[in-house]
Design a protein. Sequence first.
Length: 364
Amino acid sequence: MAQVELKNLSKKYGKVTAVQNMDLIIPHNQFLVLVGPSGCGKSTTLRMIAGLEEITGGEIFINDERVNDKDPKDRNVSMVFQNYALYPHMSVEENLGFSLKIAKVKSEEIEKRVNEAVNILGLEDLRSRKPSQLSGGQRQRVAMGRAIVRRPDAFLFDEPLSNLDAKLRTQMRTEIKKLHQKLKTTIIYVTHDQVEAMTLADRIIIMKDGYIEQIGSPIEVFSKPANVFVATFIGSPPMNIFSAEIINSNNNIKIKLDDNLYFDCTEYQKNKLQNKKNIFLGIRAEDIMPVDNNTNTSFWSFKRNVDIVEPLGTETQLFITINDKEIISRMYNPYEVNVGDELTFQVDPSKVHFFDKETEKAII
C-alpha cells in the first residue's frame, strides 16, 4: 500500500510544457485514472512517478518519502506497459520470476510469489507457454503478473488495453477491477479511453495541455462537469453544446436557442443566469427525449425532423438539427423511427448545464 503525493510537479521539453504545476495526493488503495487526449501529459506524469522521466520541477513522495533522486528500481512501484514488454524466449513462468531472479531473491520465495500471481490471474494452464503462443489478453495478464510478484507499493498502468480488440478490452477491464479488489493496493492508470476511466476509477483526473481540468468520482465528472472540455470529453456520445442567448425582460428570463426556440428558466436558473448575456448550454443525449404529444408541461418541449437514425439494439440515436448544429438524442426502449419523421422532444430543465461563453467554465 502506498500514498503517492505530487507537489508542484512540472515537466518541460525545451519550450514545450508537458505537465504544469501539478499538485495531487493519491491515498492508499485508491484506483486513480488519468484520462485525456493524446499529448495532455498523462503518460509523462506516470513516467515521472515511475522514475523513467526526469522532472523539471516539483517533488514526488511515495509513502511520505521523497523519491526525486531515486532510481526506478528503488521506488517500489511496478509498471504495466501498453506493449506487454515480455521476453519472447522465456516461458510465462520464467517471465513472471525474472525480475526477482535479477534481484537475487531466493528461489523458494520466487516460486511462492509466481504461484500466487498465477493463481490470482488464472495462468495455471499457460505456465510453460512462450509469449508468441498467447493471445493479447493472456499476454497482458502475464504483464500484470510480472508486476504483482514484485509486491510493489503501487501499480502504474500505461494504456495497457489499447492494443486489444473491443471484446478483450471489456474482459480485461473486469480483470483489472478484480485485481484491485484482491490486492487492495494503489493503482495509477493512464488511458485516453473515457469508458475505461469511468468503469475502473475510484477517482478520475481529466487532463488537457498539461493541466488538470477536473478531479472527481466518475459520477461527479459526468454529472457536474467543470467546463465545456470535460462535458464533451466524458460521456459517449459527447454532451450536446449549444450557443444560447439570455433574454431578460422585466425579470422574465428566457433562453433563446434560435429565432423560433425559446425556453423559460426555472427560479434556480434565473438566479444563475440573470447577469449573463451569451452562454453555452449543454444537454446530454439521454436527456433529449422523444415523447408522445402528451408532453410534461414543466419540461422544455420542441419539434424537429429526424436527420439520421442509428439503431444500436437496446437504444437508438437520433440526429436532429437546432440552429444549424447537429444534435444527438438517445432513445431507450426504441420504436420504429424513420429519417424525416417529425418528433416531439422534451428536456428536463434540471438536467441542463450552463457554461460561461468566455471562460467555458460551468456556471454554478
